[in-house]
Design a protein around this ligand. Sequence first.
Ligand code: AMP
Length: 234
Amino acid sequence: MVDSSPGASPEAPRRSARLVLIGPPGAGKGTLAENLCSFSFDHISSGDIFRGHVRNQTPLGQRLGKSLANGQLVSDELTLETMKKWFWSRKPSQGFLLDGFPRTLSQAQAFDEWLESRSIKLDAVIHLHLQEEAVVKRIAYRRVCPKDGRVYHLLYNPPAREGICDDCGTELIQRPDDREPVIRERLRIYRQKTEPVLTYYREQGLLLTIHSEGHAADLAKTVEQKLQPFFAIR
Ligand code: AMP
């Protein structure tokens, strides 16, 4: 038996899982990834990978700066090139939770081809649903550390000292793409480009939709319970 409660002891056996996490910005994807304790996986955020390139001013980062700050999607070509490197650098047996990828139908179709070529199957696709106005409200309170990328929420997860990162003492900032006009644009793009991906996975019987209002620990518990049948039939 797997202990499916969040906060399960580190000794409890964890089931290796291959999951995709889809939801609008601010739906709580990163927090959910941290709280899913009964599964073992690497949490891979395509947004974090891209932000890392921008921060470190790599050649890719220099090409990406503007699209990230304006809330536009990075082209499918660059995204697939970047994510392909991640995919082929890992062992097929390793679990993963992909956060932010795939985000367009062509990305989802390409990803399916990669999986098939290594005989890997996804276990489930978790879709976090949140009303748009709730998204805007949540993101207005988000602050990040520009040095180490740690994310805070001024109401629910504030730093110990106002405006300062707990880990490295750097002054926190609001991400340029967390400003309200940019958020509205990101939501428009989400509806246009990412909602078709939900239909794609629904048709494959992989989609688990969860409403993400409420407390993070309760959300993780609900997701862990609702994921069980996806593993039972595979
Ligand atoms: P996120 O942190 O997931 O909201 O991603 C931040 C930004 O990174 C997005 O607004 C896009 O500019 C870019 N990005 C992340 N993942 C993808 C993707 N799969 N396809 C295209 N652009 C992406």
